[in-house]
Design a protein around this ligand. Structure first.
Ligand code: FAD
Length: 448
């Protein structure tokens, strides 16, 4: 229809889910404007603050996000927080459709004694610290001890282990923040345990991350042979990716006794299976020995101890409810939805028309960027279909957002100034960028 008003869509959160959804919507709907509001003055979510600094190739997705941001009908509103600077109610009055993609920025807890002691940190905070997330720059993790225990065996856990075991000189060429490099250069950490409740056949890390670990200079990986007693028998029946991962572990195990050169390695990576965290002690962690029953870890009455001056809890991220208007699943840590359509309430399963969710906020905190991308494209398609079929009403004119309605808003060109300043600061240090870690400084550099 010639006279129909511009379709206004708001996306909350400028991580991969938000950017991929924006890309799809701008391509699909004619005559639409996509406004992205983002809590931080800087975009890209966990691509900037999660992905490990020594994985620069993963961050190439930013090139695609930049293309989307250059679209004339795309607007970025950085430094605007849903639930603080604006409510969901207001957004819904201003837009035909709202898509929530604000991710997961808390962490799950173990609920064991002494978990809140200062020597226990979440891996999320540790990752945020070396990646320069505003608010975590003063974390000051205790790296003065010899041993670190990481509880959990996913790729985030392996990232944290690799950062602790890598040579600082290798990390200097990455965008690891200078204060983290400085702290890591004084680190006394020699060994990192990676503790999992279940066995090698259930290991949550993937083969790429393990291979990287096995190749890390000056680091020896040491397995516990007892953990692998039953493993070879299962090998023929495993699905292919699991089989290859298991074969790599077995190969590494068989080499560890014979290799003498790597015994000279100064640092050690120690995966520990079949142990569940029981309590935090002074400079140690107490573990319950477990047994597998059909892939489930069952506690036994045996107890084990590991020395650890620092303990990193790495058992998953968790989303939170930032606005009372969101139908939020507290137990599942995600927004109640059906294929991305947010529900009005969980029991009736009726859909809250015009409200959508994608990314980790909708699926729970699992999957890589590719998974997030596919999910976001799917939800964006649903949103566009609903608009095209008039399932979502777009007949009335909507106001959208204007920078002046918020406080100090970072637009895309403001972000370009921050970006340029970071790249320039990085050049002096021989790294891709030196991140600005303080929100006020970001705003100052942006000229706000
Ligand atoms: P996020 O990336 O978290 O984006 C959410 C955005 O919303 C953030 O920018 C946040 O600031 C913003 N926000 C939060 N609250 C508000 C609010 N109230 N108002 C407005 N905005 C808000 N995947 C890979 O493929 N390769 C890897 O190597 C890899 N490494 C990873 C390492 C770590 C440590 C982690 C945690 C994840 C890693 N991933 C990796 C997975 C990948 O980061 C996720 O799949 C992806 O970032 C999820 O995207 P998202 O948009 O749902 O959430």
């Amino acid at each position: 229809a010639v006279n129909s008003p511009t379709k206004r869509i708001c996306i909350v959160g400028a991580g991969p889910a938000g950017f991929y959804a924006a890309q799809y919507i701008l391509k699909t709907l004619s005559d639409c404007v996509v406004d992205v509001i983002e809590k931080l003055p800087v975009p890209f979510g966990l691509v900037r603050f999660g992905v490990a600094p020594d994985h620069p190739e993963v961050k190439n997705v930013i090139n695609t996000f930049n293309k989307t941001a250059e679209h004339k009908n795309f607007n970025f509103f950085g430094n605007v927080t849903l639930g603080k600077d604006i409510s969901l109610q207001e957004l819904r009055e201003r837009y035909h459709a709202v898509l929530l993609t604000y991710g997961a920025d808390q962490d799950r807890e173990l609920n064991i004694p002494n978990e809140n002691q200062p020597n226990v940190l979440s891996a999320r905070k540790f990752v945020a610290w070396y990646n320069g997330l505003p608010g975590e720059q003063h974390l000051n993790p205790n790296l003065s001890g010899r041993s670190v225990a990481i509880l959990g065996q996913g790729n985030v856990a392996v990232d944290a282990a690799r950062m602790l075991l890598s040579s600082v000189d290798a990390l200097r060429k990455t965008d690891t923040t200078e204060y983290a490099l400085e702290a890591l250069s004084r680190s006394k950490v020699e060994q990192v345990y990676l503790v999992g409740r279940r066995g090698p056949l259930q290991a949550a890390f993937t083969i790429k991350e393990l291979r990287e670990m096995l190749k890390l200079p000056n680091v020896q990986t040491i397995w516990k042979p007892d953990d692998f007693t039953d493993v070879p028998a299962h090998l023929p029946n495993l699905p292919r990716p699991r089989k290859r991962l298991t074969e790599l572990m077995l190969k590494s195990l068989s080499e560890q006794s014979s290799s003498s050169s790597s015994n000279r390695a100064q640092r050690r990576f120690l995966p520990i299976f079949l142990r569940a965290p029981k309590a935090i002690g002074e400079n140690e962690i107490k573990l319950t020995v477990t047994q597998l029953q059909n892939d489930t870890a069952i506690p036994t009455d045996k107890i084990d101890h590991l020395p650890a001056e620092l303990i990193l809890r790495s058992i998953g991220y968790k989303s939170t409810c930032v606005d009372g208007g969101i139908c939020f699943d507290d137990r599942g840590g995600r927004v109640f939805n059906e294929n991305g359509r947010v529900l009005k309430d969980a029991t009736s399963k009726s859909v809250d028309k015009g409200l959508y969710v994608a990314g980790w906020l909708g699926t729970g905190p699992t999957g890589v960027i590719l998974t997030t991308m596919n999910g976001a494209f799917g939800v964006a398609k649903t949103l566009c279909d609903d608009i095209i079929s008039n399932e979502v009403d777009t007949s009335s004119t909507k106001a959208g957002s204007e920078a002046k309605q918020y406080g100090r808003v970072v637009t895309w060109s403001h972000w370009q100034r921050i970006n340029q300043a970071e790249i320039k600061a990085g050049e002096r240090l021989g790294k891709p960028r030196e991140k600005i870690v303080d929100v006020d400084e970001m705003l100052k550099v942006a000229g706000l």
